[in-house]
Design a protein around this ligand. Sequence first.
Ligand code: BGC
Length: 730
Amino acid sequence: MKQAIVIGLLACGMGLCACTDRVVYKDPSAPVEQRVEDLLRRMTLEEKVMQVTQWTYGKNMNVNNVEQEMKAVSPMIGSLLYRSTSAVFYNQIQRKAMEESRLGIPILCGFDVIHGYRTIFPIPLGQACAWNVDKVGESCRIAARESRLSGVHWTFSPMVDVARDARWGRVSEGYGEDPYLNGVMGAAAVRGYQGDDLSKSDAMAACLKHFVGYAYSEGGRDYHYTDISSQALWETALPPFEMGVKAGAATVMSAFNDISGIPASANRYTMTDILRGKWGFDGFVVSDWGAVEQLKTQGVAADDAEACRKALTAGLDMDMVDDVYRRSLPELIAEGAIAEEVLDEAVRRILRVKFRMGLFEKPYVEELPDTTRYLRPEARAVARELAAESMVLLKNESGVLPVRSEVKRIALMGPMADNWVDLMGSWWGQGEAEDVVTIREGLEAEFAGKTRIDYCAGCDFEGEDRSQFARARALARQSDLVVLCMGEKRGWSGENASRASLALPSIQEEFIREMARTGRPIVVLLSSGRPVDVRGFEGDVDALMAIWQPGTEGGNAAAQLLSGKVNPSGRLAITFPVCAEQQPVYYNRRQSARPRLGRYQNLADEPKYPFGYGLSYTNYAYGKLRVDRTTLQPGERLVAEIEVTNEGSCDGKETVMWFVSDPVASVSRPMRELKHFEKQCIPAGESRLYRFEIDPERDLSFPDATGERHLEKGTFFLEVNGQRVEFELI
Ligand code: BGC
């Protein structure tokens, strides 16, 4: 075998010598690595510097500015943050690069396709609450197709920052508070976006972000300092990225935050030692927006040149938007402050992705009409199913939901009821308000001919306007059921959207209480990008459902849950604290030294709704948790099973979550850690078997503060839905 490879390489080398005019990088049949090396050796310093630079295109697409925007793009630019949806403009720009640049290197176009491109799916936090890995993958596949057809090759997604503080607006963009869940969903997203071949016309490159530790921003304030212990880094922040890299993510984005004194965007330990050295990642790292320049603000670089040197030598390959690399590199290299090989390595990594994407062979896209590109029926269907599965029923007193047939009039109110824009949530890609099915439209269609829907906004998101209260009260009194659509505007979560309090503005709470006083049954649909402090109204309502920011099909999804066409199956991927002050309250904390002491004297210890919580319209009975052994050795497997029966009268989907705890170890462990989950459909009256095979190396080992994994003998517990079994690793 070895011999064959040597002979092959020799032959290829001879081929190159014998035929010097063969342009290897243009030959699609040549291996990618050979094409990269061939192209790299032909490039000038300027051409290399342009490859590590990203600019934006489409900031101002007013008709008068289109030409200007186009002119501003250099044909040599490595990448564009492509904000237009126009395949025509894209082709023009790419043609400029292919035909007007000396070497014809295609531009890589990236965009924030966070939960859909034109068809908008629920925000990632909502997606995580669906616990449906396949559906998350499908949504990303659809987003990739819509994007690629619009000239976007690369998405800055998935975000796998493990949530720690709900005040941080970006919890909406990740998959909740568990590292494993973030890893599983992040990996599914990577596979969905990229498919099995990046060069296919419906695939796009994924970007794991933000590397790393951004969610630890002090006090939940965005962009702030993060003091992360090495243990937390290895145990919580890094694992989802490792899972995403293993799933084949083509790129990674460096974070804004300063990790315990060394900013993530100048951090050689994370970007080079761990990402490349330990995990073997061979794609490229792009900075977050302006993160290179910010190294000055963060106090580790005196000027652009130093910021550039620190970032590039730490392993940050492409500079997003701030232009520091382009302005600083020529001089730094000329004076020997950075070896040209360092730049070569960054260029190599970027070119590798471009070749893998097939951009040299197929730089252009078909110019199809919007109706062919976007919102195809199957895209809408996935958006609806995922939205419905993401919604979490938090309260349902005396079975007020699903809406009973006796209900002839529903009063539909609240600022989210007839609202397109906010249902799409933060980072709405290229979503358009007119595509969105509002809750009002969804309900009117779902209940047509059966129940009359009367609408009145009643109150706004915030402010003091009570002028509609009287009308709303009258409407409520005439109705059999009141559905209130409350929550956060889309800009209240996402980037730069931290909030000190998790409560809704007081006008919304007051309005809910006012409606409750009418004595009518009250259902609250709560739309938000984070957990909400519900103390101000929860006691006054009969049913409460977290609908997150559910996207294009949100209104239909909510209506199907209210009518009972779909049985709620969402479960919280993030804890709902009683209030912001109760945090940190994530489920996988460590045991306190004195568990019954040290609590806040003036606040309950239990969160409002814990991780994994969620009700349904049916009743699931769990059988006995069975294990095939109670001792095992490394290399062996413990098989655990549990049967779940749907004892109710409607079909449902139930997620079983398997937790492990390790009460004594050389490094103290979280009280419980999610190790596996599975969602199955269980028709009414039927049972399904759920199974988990414990692999000690994978499920019982843990990292220390250097990242080394330990598998220690001793007692463990396996926990499912309140049942626990003890077992021993010998
Ligand atoms: C955000 C990133 C995003 C980038 C490009 C930054 O401000 O932090 O998540 O991908 O902008 O839009």
